[in-house]
Design a protein around this ligand. Structure first.
Ligand code: ITT
Length: 199
């Protein structure tokens, strides 16, 4: 059964394939790049959940297939939850992971270790062509390093050290990250719904 992923982020596609595969879902996952004729939807929501639903509904309507979407980001306590939904374009250019991470580190340079709590958040949304929807959240809590370390993953992975670990998300193997990540938690919560739907 076909399930479309409303994302153009190849890192997310890779993680979602592994997460849903490990959850035992035998589905043919197709990224949004397979539908170049479908325009990207404006992420006008003010929460992760709203933006994930916007992306999922747009692709479900355009393709007539069930669609899932991921809206995610890094929320820093001392910044009142920023970058949050703006994580992908914190330094201005959408998807410039290196610039985003460096700007954030600069903004936090005076913040001492005990005050560097942050978490990754992920909203996993499912939308059906008939308009039905589900959305669930996942989180990964940790603290922010002063320098990036590690080369796995993407985005802010090199600076988030998950609680209970002494390494960053970018030092975890993909399987280790998926087992504890915000994305893993959110999509594992959605998996039973997907299983019922896709049979
Ligand atoms: P789509 O909207 O096409 O899915 P995007 O990259 O624009 O792709 P978002 O708007 O959800 O997606 O932004 C997510 C950003 O949050 C991403 O660019 C990273 O900077 C950060 N992020 C999300 N999940 C992450 C993770 O697992 N590890 C590190 N950074 C992450």
């Amino acid at each position: 059964r076909k399930l479309v992923l409303a994302t153009r982020n190849a890192h997310k596609v890779g993680e979602l394939r592994a997460i849903l595969g490990a959850a035992g879902l035998e589905v043919d996952l197709v990224g949004a790049d397979a539908f170049p004729e479908v325009p990207d939807v404006a992420e006008t929501g003010v929460t992760f959940e709203e933006n994930a639903l916007l992306k999922a509904h747009a692709l479900a309507q355009a393709t007539g297939l069930p669609a899932v979407a991921d809206d995610s980001g890094l929320c820093v306590d001392v910044l009142g939850g920023a970058p949050g939904i703006f994580s992908a374009r914190w330094a201005g250019k959408h998807g410039d992971d290196r610039a985003n991470l460096e700007l954030l580190l600069a903004q936090l340079s005076d913040i001492a270790a005990p005050h560097r709590a942050a978490h990754f958040a992920c909203a996993a949304a499912l939308a059906l062509p008939n308009g039905e929807e589900r959305v669930v959240m996942g989180r990964l809590r940790g603290t922010l390093r002063f320098e990036p370390v590690g080369s796995f993953g993407f985005g802010y992975d090199p600076i988030l050290q998950p609680d209970g670990y002494d390494i960053t998300c970018a030092e975890l193997t993909p399987d280790q990250k998926n087992a504890i990540s915000h994305r893993g938690e959110a999509f594992r919560a959605l998996a039973p719904v997907l299983r019922d739907l896709l049979g």
